[in-house]
Design a protein around this ligand. Structure first.
Ligand code: FDA
Length: 582
């Protein structure tokens, strides 16, 4: 049987696999990506692309390509609650960084803007860039099984065009094969939770809905109609794919009864019900049934097999965290694979992948499932859950218009229930506050200060080891750069400032001692980079002559508040620990 050799075999070309292949190829690691089908995602699926993911894509050099195709943030912002798109509007929530206060927080937090990038557009950007940088991509190729030895993994794959099987021999295998992951199953990774919590349908369609939507531009229009609480993701949903002509409806079904027959007639009837106007011409382009899941893996790796994306965290689309977290998993994993493969780091560095990403996976699975439950109070406030009689439901919904104490109470209850949905539609902290604790993070002995405000809603920058490098605009001559642009690029970076010469020398010594790529950045008046707004000085939490070490993923691995004669010893010791040699 034929055997193909590579350093990393990536199974799956969804957001997790494509981003892994892209990052590996960007870092010069030979890799083969196999995917079962003959093409990439052919339906919109994931779309919300948060700031952290855009920062990752910026570092991987594809942010501009995504921005060029995505729906921009200002058009995402009015989450609408209504009885149907043509029917009564019940309220709106400023979402996805479009509340003026949250907008300011987004501006301050990152050089990158959130956007709406449907998965069928995102995957080609990632995959094309990966292939152009060296990834060998095999469509129609299905992973079947694998065996591990001390120095590699041998996977058996089937060429579905030819109908034969061959082996791929790799030093590592990345299982990015989605929510029904065979790699996770074969690797025996322990999981918590269950699949199939509720039934849901996607109906993708074309219709010109400009008249119903352009005056309240949004990514999501929630329809609170009778029947909308059966299964599904909390309510009926009309989601914008391309403003304002391409759309997707999400509608629930009773799991016990099984998915309905997805005929075109049925799909059209659901769409028209949510639009509230049967006369609107609608062209159905695809339908599919899927389930809401609540499951996460407790560990993401079994020796040389490492898993990422939906393979290890499965949850509903609420909060739009799926492909975001998948891309972020890939970014965490790729630099570690590179350094282990080129011998710079010990294999122990790969253990930190699971230690750092599994807590994030668990958090987002729980958050997304909680968000579904948090839609019920909106229905309750409207009195929809109090009766099964449809006529009575509409009378209850109407009661909020009455000039009575009950009417006033209902109005207030509705406002509060809609405002509480901020945890789904504006959870900046969930998106940006990931803090790692692992052997690839060197604690600096400072106590965890916790979060000053709700950590799900508010981003709180920090340079405490484990946090992401805070963003600040700095300048070099006429050029404006984010601190995040100075780090990343697949290498370590040491940030210091005036008086930090000992750290510059320490960096030189570390390069020689460890053979690593380590850039140095000095920020301050008369330094290579200046901090004209004083933002960096406010954010860095160290003195001018202190040091921050970022890992290739722009998370802080080590910090020291000031200069010290022990700089070389401390920095080399920290890097050795991060690299798994300490
Ligand atoms: P994904 O499932 O995308 O990819 C798996 C890949 O593995 C595919 O290429 C497949 O062909 C391949 N594969 C599977 N088995 C294989 C085998 N045995 N051999 C070879 N290849 C194999 N997320 C988000 O961040 N924001 C959002 O707004 C939304 N919205 C959303 C809406 C709806 C309706 C759904 C259903 C989902 C979302 N999501 C989302 C979730 C998002 O789609 C999901 O989290 C990502 O696609 C996960 O990416 P992965 O790469 O992990 O798996």
């Amino acid at each position: 049987m034929e055997t193909v050799e590579t350093d990393v075999l990536v199974v799956g070309s969804g957001p997790a696999g494509a981003a892994t292949a892209l990052a590996l190829s960007t870092y010069g690691v030979p890799n083969v990506m196999v995917t079962r089908y003959g093409g990439l995602a052919d339906t919109p699926r994931a779309h919300i692309t948060n700031q952290r993911t855009m920062e990752v894509l910026r570092d991987l050099g594809v942010e501009d390509r995504v921005t060029a195709q995505a729906t921009p943030q200002p058009l995402m912002g009015n989450t609408v609650f209504c009885t149907s798109l043509a029917g009564e509007e019940l309220g709106r929530l400023r979402s996805w960084g479009n509340d003026p206060l949250v907008q300011a927080a987004h501006e301050l937090a990152s050089p990158s803007r959130m956007c709406d990038m449907p998965q069928h557009l995102m995957e080609p950007v990632l995959v094309n860039a990966a292939v152009s940088r060296g990834t060998a991509l095999r469509f129609h190729t299905e992973y079947l099984s694998h065996e591990q030895s001390d120095d590699g993994v041998t996977a058996l794959v089937e060429d579905r065009l030819r109908g034969d099987t061959y082996r791929v021999r790799a030093r590592y295998l990345v299982g990015a094969d989605g929510g029904r992951s065979r790699v996770v199953e074969n690797a025996g990774l322990p999981t918590v939770g269950r699949m199939g919590v509720a039934g849901s349908l996607n109906i993708v369609f074309e219709a010109d809905l400009t008249q119903l939507t352009a005056h309240r531009p949004s990514t999501l229009y929630w329809v609170l109609a009778p029947g909308a609480t059966v299964g599904g993701i909390g309510a009926g949903l009309v989601r914008c794919v391309r403003p304002w002509t391409e759309w997707m409806v999400v509608w629930g079904y009773d799991l016990e009864a099984g998915p309905p027959d997805l005929t075109e007639e049925f799909a059209r009837s659901v769409v028209h019900r949510l639009l509230g106007d049967d006369t609107i011409p609608v062209r159905i382009t695809s339908t599919s049934a899927w389930t809401v899941n609540h499951l996460y893996a407790e560990t993401y790796a079994d020796r040389r097999v490492l898993c990422a994306g939906d393979a290890v965290h499965r949850h509903p689309p609420s909060n739009g965290l799926g492909s975001n977290t998948s891309i972020q998993d890939a970014y965490n994993l790729a630099w570690k694979l590179k350094l282990v493969l080129d011998g710079t780091a010990a294999p122990a560095l790969l253990d930190t992948y699971s230690a750092e990403r599994a807590p994030v996976g668990r958090q987002i699975v729980e958050r997304a499932n909680r968000s579904i439950g948090e839609t019920a109070p909106v229905f309750e406030a409207l009195g929809v859950l109090a009766t099964s009689d449809t006529e009575q439901m509409w009378r209850n919904v109407d009661a909020r218009k009455a000039a009575t104490p009950e009417g006033a109470k209902q109005r207030q209850g509705l406002r509060e229930a809609i405002a509480a949905k901020v945890y789904e539609f504006n959870a900046h902290g969930v998106e940006m506050n990931q803090r790692y604790v692992s052997d690839a993070i060197v604690p600096d002995g400072t106590p965890d200060p916790g979060f000053g405000r709700d950590p799900e809603l508010y981003h709180q920058p920090s340079t405490r080891p484990g946090a992401k490098l805070p963003h600040a605009w700095v300048v070099r001559g006429r050029e404006r750069l984010s601190t995040l642009d100075l780090g990343g690029h697949g290498r370590f970076t040491l940030f210091t400032g005036i008086g930090g010469d000992c750290w510059q020398e320490a960096a030189e010594a570390a390069r020689e001692a460890l053979g690593i790529e380590l850039a140095t950045v000095s920020i301050g008046p008369g330094q290579e980079y200046e901090d004209p707004y004083g933002d960096w000085a406010r954010l860095r939490e160290i003195g001018d002559c202190g040091a921050l070490l970022t890992r290739p993923d722009n998370h802080i691995g080590f910090r020291h508040p000031e200069m010290t004669p022990r700089a070389g010893e401390l920095l080399i010791g920290a890097l050795r620990k991060i690299l798994g040699h300490g």
